[in-house]
Write a protein that binds this ligand. Structure first.
Ligand SMILES: NC(=O)c1ccc[n+]([C@@H]2O[C@H](COP(=O)([O-])OP(=O)(O)OC[C@H]3O[C@@H](n4cnc5c(N)ncnc54)[C@H](O)[C@@H]3O)[C@@H](O)[C@H]2O)c1
Length: 412
């Protein structure tokens, strides 16, 4: 089949592209490169069209110039905390952008779509494991923006005969077996990259919440290897004409079907690095459910989905990718270097602190904390050069927010 993968230059999307290529489909990628990397499309050997899924004229040219049988829609904004601070962008890209895509598909008579959804649509579930029957009650704009698109898809399925399947991912982790595809935006937002980052920088790791009703008091999540996830998309594409998603509610959970607590993931990282990390227990983050574990048995029955990788494999592959891409010239090295260049002026740094507070990305206390960390660090350039990077590493802001703040002070 000829498949358009939106967001195919991103973390999940690039793995999906590889899995679909393995299944002998021909692939076209549309991506605005806001968080993705053209290098991933290159490494996958696929054509990349740079543009926004919310741009109807651009999509018209894509669908007119190429024959497309099916769309896998991975493009989107995916940082939960950021969505709380900037709901407008999340609804604009994930919901309105999705609507523009569906309409373009309808105009060009492309009616098959597989969508990257999320367990955030469930919010804080009353009971575990989470099945597709669990009520959808998102507690963040991110979850709401994705659920709204799911609902739009099912409307199009009923009214216009679309074959539309939402895959609700739980926590995705790991990197490609080849070590050349991985998560470039995880710093500050995702557990495993954060643990690896804390170890690399020899800094304490903050555990949010230690009195949850779980085995060891820390939050429990279902982690799925990105290659298992990607393979599920190839299975979904293969089954879409055979099984009508409307028959089972249009959505499938994808997870390992078992949970790991923060302490258990920490122990795995320590085991692989043969070192003990310094841990700081800090209060829970509002809106974080104590535990989220998937019942992915429906995906097993309908797609033949099964998770082959375990937690050790997720951590190992993430480490290999990070080590490779942090070498000079690597993608993570280059991203960090570019940001360093952008914040490399004392005056800029002060203005940056003001800009991130003014934009509402982080409060003054967050900036002050970053400044404290900065003061503790010796020998890494001028202290003021690091403010942006520290805000990023500590998860106070996302890389997209840093770039926007830098642009607002004329340094982007
Ligand atoms: N990573 C996870 O743990 C996880 C969990 C659940 C769901 N998801 C979903 O999977 C999808 C991919 O997430 P990811 O982790 O790979 O993030 P990512 O940021 O690496 O990938 C998103 C991709 O979409 C592109 N993009 C963003 N806005 C766009 C726009 N308007 N037009 C065109 N391209 C655009 C980005 O450049 C990037 O390449 C998202 O839809 C996300 O909601 C991810």
């Amino acid at each position: 089949m000829r498949i358009l993968v939106t967001g195919g230059a991103g973390y999940v999307g690039s793995h999906v592209v590889r899995a679909l290529k393995r299944a002998e489909h021909s692939i076209l990628v549309v991506d605005d490169l806001s968080t993705g990397s053209a290098a991933f499309a290159e490494r996958n050997g696929v054509e990349l069209l740079e543009g926004d899924v919310g741009d109807a004229a651009f999509l018209d040219s894509v669908f007119s110039d190429h024959t497309i049988d099916l769309v896998v829609h991975c493009a989107g904004l995916a940082v939960v905390g950021e969505s709380v601070r900037e709901p407008d962008r999340y609804f604009a890209v994930n919901t309105v952008g999705g609507f523009v895509l569906l309409e373009a598909m309808r105009r060009h008579a492309v009616t098959r779509i597989v969508f990257s959804s999320t367990c955030s649509v469930y919010g804080v579930p009353d009971s575990l494991p989470v099945t597709e029957e669990t009520p959808t009650r998102p507690v963040t704009p991110y979850g709401a923006s994705k659920l709204a698109f799911e609902q739009m898809m099912s409307g199009y399925a009923r009214a216009y005969g679309f074959r539309a399947l939402a895959l609700r991912y739980f926590n995705v982790g790991g990197a490609s077996t080849e070590g050349d595809l991985g998560d470039l935006n995880a710093s500050g937002t995702r557990l495993i990259p954060n643990l690896l980052g804390a170890a690399r920088r020899q800094e304490p790791f903050s555990v949010f919440g230690h009195n949850y009703p779980t085995r060891d008091g820390t939050g429990e999540r279902d982690y799925l290897h990105v290659e298992d996830l990607a393979r599920a998309h190839a299975q979904a594409v293969a089954r879409l004409d055979i099984v009508d998603p409307l028959g089972f509610g249009g959505a499938l959970n994808l997870g390992m079907g078992r949970g790991y607590t923060v302490r258990e993931v920490l122990a795995e990282v320590e085991n692989q690095l043969s070192e003990t990390l310094l841990v700081r227990e800090v209060p829970r983050r509002p809106g974080d459910p104590p535990a989220l574990v998937a019942d992915a048995s429906l995906a097993g029955r309908i797609l033949g989905f099964r998770a082959d990788h375990d937690l050790a494999s997720i951590v190992r592959s993430a480490r290999v990718f990070e080590e490779r891409e942090r070498q000079p010239g690597g993608l993570l090295f280059e991203r960090e270097r570019q940001l360093q260049v952008q914040v490399a002026s004392g005056e800029t740094s002060l203005r940056l602190g003001e800009a991130v507070v003014k934009a509402g990305f982080v409060d003054q206390e967050g900036v002050d904390k970053a400044l404290d960390i900065q003061r503790d660090r010796d020998g890494v350039g001028e202290p003021h050069q690091l403010l942006g990077l520290i805000l990023l590493e500590t998860g106070a802001i996302s890389s997209a927010q840093l770039i926007r703040a830098l642009r607002s002070i004329g340094r982007g």
